[in-house]
Design a protein around this ligand. Structure first.
Ligand SMILES: C[S@@+](CC[C@H](N)C(=O)[O-])C[C@H]1O[C@@H](n2cnc3c(N)ncnc32)[C@H](O)[C@@H]1O
Length: 589
């Protein structure tokens, strides 16, 4: 999408890339360079996901920004082009896809599978021979994805299908059981790194099975549970380990010195004189219960969870920490090509791994940057694909005006507004005007070459209508004389002791050179998103059979870029999360 925005560089580690992962992988990530790939792509849910954020203004609007869409359609040329590409690069996989196409037709699901296949091929290229790939999906497409992965990696790389209980409290459905698990497909070769220490679940003393309780029935004076185990050597032919200890002669496991040291430490018990001494094994020192392939112990994030960012589909850190712990050593390179709000990055950084995160959503990149600066301020990384010079910013404006608009609003510390009914507002800066009062500046971004004084006048009307203090007009080029006159005509306002015109113009050059408007903003994008909640809109039932999927005419229209707008759910302003504890809006700056 934005492949010209970045000058190709060698693969960097600790790198956040904005863009389509297919482009970024091909351009930036060398073959056999990654130890773990975790991918949590859209699942073909036919939903579009929005990131909600709130402003601190009681009567002010909250916003929503499209985070990403998960709607697929064969009608977009991309699917047939990708299929053709696969035919040339991997005839075996092409045959598999061809068979699936016979079954599924040119359906949405087939388009999704082709989109995934072309990326999975690229991911196989960048994975090291001793690396692991974990694909997070759900039953919507997991069985088809497994067929594809088996073809790409050869069946003997398949390690596990892990079931993660992602949701416990689902409401009852009268027609079928609720769907409350995700599927993680794990692939790795025979030399794949494996850290067994992560393959156990620590015992929970309050939740022991009857068998374990019975086994560890003895309790120390300090409350630690233990069992007594044998110290006798299974090999009777060890003359150097045969000696008398506490009046008992046996072939022991340990040398006399080691036995004595353990006894002095209180670890060896003789329950009565003449009885065979035994060793205390404490429950809290055991590795725990071997982890199976059904994971029920990692809870989904609830609305109160500290780590909750507000990004739709955010996964828990504990899930990623387990996967990273099991499959990588320190300093390993972890890649998440669909990194969302950066859970993999967060976990990898915390665990001393190197990382590469890629996402095509600008909202995701903004959120990750804030997540890292607020939670892991020492993290060092480079960001790729975001304009850092004037030429790149202009190129982005030409290529994707909507992303350009979000970038421009972000540069002045504003909060972007979603696509659609912005009523002349592309973003808003909320700044502190007193100890408990806020002011706001309305932002209007023009990504096109043609701008006129009338656009400034329109902005002036919006500023009046919204009772805001400032109007910021962002455009590509130097304003004309007439536009400057329009600014001069606007009233003077005083904010933070500085007098300025109510209307201001910033060019792309200003945004690159110095975008600081001197407004005391305090609500970052991440915090704003956390205080709202994510929503999604289901545009059709989630569980569909292949037969359903083949019946194209019955499907509701898909969102096709430039042809139909993606449905967005209007904000529910009655939601307590959005309206609670908001300071009063004071319009006077
Ligand atoms: C299910 S979310 C990932 C959530 C993530 N695991 C987390 O914990 O935040 C999927 C992400 O994939 C991104 N995405 C979709 N298509 C993409 C593509 N072609 N390239 C890069 N990212 C993509 C979406 O923008 C979205 O953020």
């Amino acid at each position: 999408m934005n492949n010209f925005l970045t000058v190709a560089r060698g693969a960097g580690v600790n790198k956040l890339s904005f863009g389509d992962n297919l482009d970024v992988l091909r351009r930036d990530v060398p073959s056999a360079s990654v130890d773990l790939i975790y991918l949590d792509p859209p699942f073909n849910s036919q939903l579009s996901y929005n990131l909600l954020y709130k402003t601190p203004l009681q009567d002010g609007p909250s916003g929503q920004l499209r985070a990403f869409k998960d709607t697929w359609s064969w009608e977009e040329d991309a699917a047939s082009l990708a299929l053709d590409d696969i035919r040339k690069r991997d005839p075996e996989l092409f045959r598999v896809l061809h068979a699936l196409q016979v079954l599924l037709g040119e359906s949405d699901l087939m388009a999704y599978l082709v989109m995934m296949s072309v990326r999975l091929l690229e991911l196989r290229r960048v994975l090291k021979q001793d690396g692991t790939l974990v694909l997070h999906c759900d039953p919507t497409a997991s069985h088809y994805l497994k067929i594809i992965l088996d073809s790409i990696f050869s069946g003997n790389w398949f390690k596990n299908e892990i079931v993660w209980l992602r949701n416990v409290g689902r409401s009852h459905s009268k027609r079928r059981l609720p769907s409350n698990h995700d599927t993680l497909l794990m692939y790795g070769g025979s030399s794949a790194f494996w850290n067994d220490a992560f393959a156990f679940l620590a015992y929970d003393p309050d939740n022991l099975t009857d068998k374990t309780k019975e086994k560890y029935s003895d309790v120390d004076r300090d409350g630690r549970q233990y069992q007594l185990t044998s110290l006798i050597n299974p090999n009777p032919d060890r003359p150097n380990l045969t000696y008398e200890f506490l009046g008992v002669t046996r072939v022991w496991r340990w040398t006399r010195e080691r036995m004595q040291a353990a006894y002095d430490a209180g670890l060896i018990v003789q329950t009565a004189p003449g009885r065979v001494p035994r060793l205390k094994r404490y429950l809290d020192e055991q590795r725990g219960i071997p982890l199976g392939d059904v994971w029920t112990d990692i809870r989904p994030l609830n609305s109160q969870a500290d780590e909750r960012i507000g990004y739709p589909t955010q996964k828990p850190l504990a899930l990623l920490e387990r996967i990273i712990g099991l499959t990588t050593r320190e300093q390993a390179v972890v890649l998440d090509p669909f990194c969302g709000c950066g859970t993999t990055i967060h976990a990898a950084e915390r665990m001393g791994r190197q990382w590469i995160g890629i996402d095509v959503s600008y909202a995701a990149i903004l959120v990750i940057q804030e997540r890292l600066s607020s939670r892991l301020p020492n993290a060092k990384y480079e960001v790729d694909g975001i304009p850092s010079g004037e030429a790149e910013a202009r190129a982005l404006a030409r290529l994707d005006p909507y992303i350009f608009q979000q970038w421009a609003v972000g540069r002045v510390n504003g909060q972007p507004r979603g696509k659609g009914a912005d009523r002349g507002i592309d973003g808003e800066i909320i700044y502190k005007s007193g100890s408990r009062s806020y002011g706001s500046a309305i932002i209007s971004v023009k990504a096109g070459q043609n701008v006129s004084p009338s656009m400034l006048r329109d902005l002036g009307h919006v500023v009046e209508r919204e009772n805001a203090q400032l109007g910021i007009f962002i455009c590509l080029n130097e304003p004309t004389k007439e536009m400057k006159i329009e600014v001069q005509r606007s009233p003077i306002v005083e904010i933070h002791g500085r007098k300025r015109h109510k209307l201001q113009i910033l060019t792309v050059k200003d945004l690159i050179d110095n975008a600081d408007l001197g407004l005391k903003t305090e609500l970052g994008f991440l915090q704003a998103a956390q205080e709202a909640k994510s929503i999604s809109r289901r545009s059709q039932p989630k569980t569909r059979t292949p037969q359903d999927l083949r019946q194209q005419p019955e499907l509701p229209p898909m969102a096709i870029r430039g042809k139909k707008a993606v449905n967005q759910v209007p904000l529910d302003l009655g939601d307590p999360l959005l309206t609670a504890q908001q300071p009063k809006r004071h319009r006077k700056a």
